[in-house]
Design a protein around this ligand. Structure first.
Ligand code: KIV
Length: 273
């Protein structure tokens, strides 16, 4: 292999993500919640797979991410890990498993790492959860931060609108991002904030900034698998690009199967023993 060639077969690590930022290579990140999807996404060459608490919405059908439990996140993370060889796997700490008490935060993170074999955890919030992040980091567990629109705080915000449009909130976000870098987070997700603000954070910080609805001036992008594949068609924010219409493909395939069963066309002579 020439020294100019990027080795895409190498396992992705937190350190490799930093190297990617420094050489200007964008980081790809997508959610997964089960073995079969994780295997497809990993084999396609994704850098980071997030076992997001968006599983609460797209897998369990809840309106918010709040109801999903630590046991359920571990179940999803274990399934994903079985399908992944190359990507770095990050798991969301669910609502209620880290906010109140840093010892409980560490215990939650340790359960995720021990039981699922995932490689990092993600927590929503800045200065208010500093102690929890520091305690998790002190146990050698890599932490990804998450600022801007933090869906676990939906009941405080009241809407899923763009965050940090006003100066005061933008300044708090910048100081939280600096803090997360300072205490040792390996990367930060910035969700649904003005592109200019996100680009400023990405320029100032040395750790990778991954955006969702945060424009193209950051170091990488993350989307929810069900949204970008068009499985979840009820969700159409401006930032979402749909790469497939799996809802239509699945509906047509299932209708075709029903027709074949009803008509007796399936199974045929070659499809039986
Ligand atoms: O849970 C999730 O899917 C997330 C992404 C939206 C970043 O946190």
């Amino acid at each position: 292999m020439s020294t100019n060639t990027i080795d895409n077969s190498r396992k992705v690590t937190t350190r490799r993500l930093t190297e990617m930022k420094h050489r200007g290579e964008k980081i790809s990140m997508l959610t997964a919640y089960d073995f079969s999807s994780a295997r497809i996404i990993d084999e396609a060459g994704m850098d980071v797979i997030l076992v997001g608490d968006s599983a609460s919405n797209v897998m369990a059908g809840n309106i918010t991410t709040l109801p999903i439990t630590l046991d359920q996140m571990i179940y999803h993370a274990k399934s994903v890990m079985k399908g992944v060889k190359r990507a770095l796997v990050v798991v969301d700490l669910p609502f209620g498993s880290y906010q109140g008490n840093s010892k409980e935060a560490l215990a939650s993170a340790i359960r995720i790492m021990k039981e699922s074999h995932a490689e990092a955890v993600k927590l929503e919030g800045g200065s208010e959860i500093k102690e929890s992040i520091e305690r998790i980091l002190s146990a050698g567990i890599p932490v990804m931060g998450h600022l801007g629109l933090t869906p676990q705080s939906i009941n405080k915000f009241g809407t899923y609108n763009v965050r940090a449009k006003e100066k005061e909130e933008a300044e708090k976000l910048i100081s939280d991002a600096r803090l997360l870098e300072e205490i040792g987070c390996f990367a930060i997700v910035l969700e649904k904030i003005p592109a200019e603000l996100a680009a400023r954070v990405a320029q100032e910080l040395t750790i990778p900034i991954i955006g969702i609805g945060a424009g193209g001036g950051v170091d990488g992008q993350v989307l929810v698998m069900h949204d970008m594949l068009g499985i979840n068609k009820g969700f159409s924010p401006r930032f979402l690009r749909r790469y497939a219409d799996l809802s239509t493909i699945m509906t047509e395939a299932v209708q075709h199967y029903i027709e074949d069963v009803k008509s007796g066309d399936f199974p045929n002579a070659q499809e039986q023993y």
